[in-house]
Design a protein around this ligand. Structure first.
Ligand code: SF4
Length: 289
């Protein structure tokens, strides 16, 4: 078998979704799809959810160990594998220790309610077993928007979940979606999202571009005139307002789709002024300033 064939043998799909900050982590398939699969904007919501049998996870680990013998960090694939019960996650961590003993850290996608379903003791046990980082799509801190999008968690629940991760010593990286409330709720989305994030300690806030995928409920809302998608400069203006209100510390703020063509990235709070200046220049250049 070639290396390419070995890689192909351990993944179900040709495309692997892994966050930018995990690009060097070894991807290990442990689940497919999302257990919630209801968010109105999400193109993944239609994917079937299933857990990978542990025997298959073990076989994949043996192949990954041969391909990446020096690997020290794994990213567990699936849209929210942290929904698994703690015993199953600990069993996967034990398999990792057996087959890839150099691995010190495990990371994966999670939903806030996946965290809330676990006790503090379970979170600490998972931390001790190697779970070091969760990537969580919090999307917005505005409850009407979360409700409209059928996110399934409130801003207060997100704050509670992230606080519990703080206490367990598990890092978290969050994504937000400026423009998710449309033009009508733009100001509220900016202010409430910043207010929610200010009560948390994310390592990274990544602003995602809202795509209206055909077939999703939000797309149908837009077609029916119940949702007004904002122009790129309006989204940037909303993001600027959110950034103005943010007081998080030791956090990398980034957006790789500013006005559909630029990347802005800076540490908060030290580079907040530079980020705001860059946003102002871009807004002026786009004719909005
Ligand atoms: S929780 Fe994430 S992956 Fe699941 S439906 Fe919502 S946005 Fe999509």
């Amino acid at each position: 078998m070639t290396r390419e064939e070995m890689y192909q043998s351990i993944y179900t799909h040709d495309t692997i979704y892994i966050p930018p900050h995990e690009e060097t982590s070894g991807p290990l398939e442990v689940a497919l799809g999302c257990s919630w699969h209801r968010c109105a904007f999400c193109d993944f919501a239609r994917d079937e959810f299933r857990l990978t049998p542990l025997e298959q996870v073990e076989r994949s680990l043996q192949v990954l160990a041969a391909l990446q013998p020096e690997q020290t960090r794994l990213f567990l694939l699936g849209e929210n594998p942290f929904c698994m019960d703690t015993d199953r996650l600990l069993a996967i961590a034990a398999l990792v220790r057996r087959h890839m003993p150099r691995v010190e850290a495990l990371a994966m996608y999670a939903r806030a309610d996946d965290v809330l379903r676990k006790t503090d003791g379970e979170l600490k046990a998972l931390r001790a077993a190697g779970v070091r980082a969760l990537h969580i799509g919090v999307e917005s801190g505005c409850d009407p928007i979360l409700l409209h999008c059928d996110k399934g968690v409130t801003a207060a629940q997100t704050v509670e979940a992230l606080g519990r991760l703080d206490r367990a010593g598990i890092d978290y990286f969050v994504t937000v979606i400026p423009g998710l409330g449309g033009r009508e709720w733009s100001r509220l989305n900016a202010v409430e999202t910043a207010r929610m994030l200010n009560r948390t300690h994310p390592k990274n806030i990544w602003c995602l571009k809202l795509h209206l995928y055909p077939g999703t409920p939000l797309y149908r809302d837009a077609q029916a005139g119940h949702f007004t998608q904002m122009e790129p400069w309006e989204v940037l203006a909303e993001e600027r307002l959110m950034l103005t209100e943010l007081s998080v510390t030791d956090c990398l703020f980034e957006d790789t789709t500013v006005l559909d063509q630029y990347t802005l990235r800076g540490m908060l709070p030290d580079q907040k002024g530079q980020l705001l200046t860059a946003m102002d220049l871009l807004l002026q250049a786009s004719g909005a300033g």
